[in-house]
Design a binder for this molecule. Structure first.
Ligand SMILES: C[S@@+](CC[C@H](N)C(=O)[O-])C[C@H]1O[C@@H](n2cnc3c(N)ncnc32)[C@H](O)[C@@H]1O
Length: 332
């Protein structure tokens, strides 16, 4: 007798028009079960939900030129896309130290990379802010690294998960912490701001052209949800085009996120320590996303190159993709 046919199991039904929870909405969140969906999304040029497509991989590999046996640090492990490419090229004998502050995504990334065959002798994954790079190297007994990568900002998984509080589109708590176990959420920060200080922050962190007006409306306010803050920004700008309004929404979110995570302080510290963290002949690549990061990397690289650092490449992913900011070969 043949086995009774298994009924096709549908994903859960939702009472409304749209699934309420992010976890229910995307098949890609279960890539093992729905590999064709993941492939389809990738083929359409989009990023499957719950993952991150590494950018400028060819440029990064060109800048870092990983060789078998070398020691690499990925300061921003994220989904592990760049790390995976580097790992493949430093074998045999090489090691990659992957750092990230995110306690939610990092274990998932480690599990994915381990499943690809990168064992603990090859891949070291540590939860650490890259500002502590010298300490992280010392903890492994490394006197330096041959290549160092930092791909600044957020991963798509962080942005897309409403519960993390980065999404301007889908309601989530106004949090924005890459490490939700540390520091204070964006809602608390915004509630404590005075207008002058907020205006300064919007200019410095996001080049917001309507910083004063927005700061007057937003400083000291309490917003529980990301969408409440987005709505307040839109309401404060009734006479600008929709396109410009949405840009302001994104810039305010960016400025707050940078403050919440103290991103510039971490980057400045990393840049200060970079030369001492490199082995002779070492290479660095930093991917920046906006002008605040761009300026810092460019300045630090120019100074380091003047002082004799061998090679440093800053790759900017805003504006002209792949713009080379600083490149020099010399000796140290
Ligand atoms: C753009 S993603 C990196 C994506 C990664 N290159 C990939 O291929 O998947 C940036 C990552 O850096 C992490 N991050 C941001 N600032 C950090 C810091 N100061 N120290 C350590 N990790 C940081 C974020 O949590 C995020 O996972």
């Amino acid at each position: 007798m043949s086995e009774p046919e298994q009924p096709h199991r549908r994903r859960p039904r939702y009472s409304g028009k749209y699934p309420r929870r992010f976890e229910d909405k995307y098949k890609e969140l279960d890539p093992e079960k729905y590999p064709e969906t993941v492939a389809k999304v990738l083929a359409s040029g989009k990023t499957p939900a719950g993952s991150h497509v590494p950018i400028m991989v060819a440029e990064i590999l060109d800048a870092l030129a990983p060789q078998p046996g070398e020691r690499a640090v990925d300061c921003t492990l994220g989904f592990g896309g760049h790390a995976r490419e580097i790992l493949a090229r430093i074998q045999p004998g090489g090691q990659l130290l992957g750092l990230d502050v995110d306690p939610i995504e990092q274990p998932r990334t480690e599990a994915r990379l381990r499943a690809l065959g990168f064992g603990p002798e090859t891949l070291l994954v540590r939860r650490s802010n890259f500002a502590g790079l010298p300490k992280a190297l010392a903890a492994e007994g490394w006197s330096g690294a041959d290549l160092i990568l930092a791909d600044l900002g957020l991963s798509s998984m962080q942005i897309d998960t409403p519960a993390r509080g980065f999404s301007v589109k889908v309601a989530g708590p106004l949090d924005m912490r890459m490490n939700p176990q540390k520091g204070q959420p964006a809602s608390a920060l915004l509630a404590r701001f005075q207008p002058d200080a907020l205006a300064e922050l919007l200019r410095e962190n996001a080049d917001e052209p309507r910083a004063e007006l927005l700061a007057q409306r937003l400083a000291g306010q309490t917003f529980a949800l990301t969408t409440e803050l987005a709505a307040a920004i839109r309401a404060a700008l009734p006479n600008v085009s929709e396109d410009e309004r949405e840009k302001s929404v994104r810039r305010v979110f960016q400025a707050l996120r940078i403050a919440v995570n103290e991103e510039f302080a971490a980057l400045d510290t990393l840049l200060r320590h970079l030369p001492e963290c490199l082995n002779p002949g070492g290479r660095v690549a930093i991917l920046t996303f906006h002008s605040g990061e761009d300026r810092r990397v460019k300045k630090a690289f120019q100074a380091a190159l003047r002082e004799g650092l061998r090679t440093a490449k800053g790759l900017c992913r805003v504006g002209v993709a792949g713009r080379l900011l600083a490149e020099c070969a010399g000796s140290r």
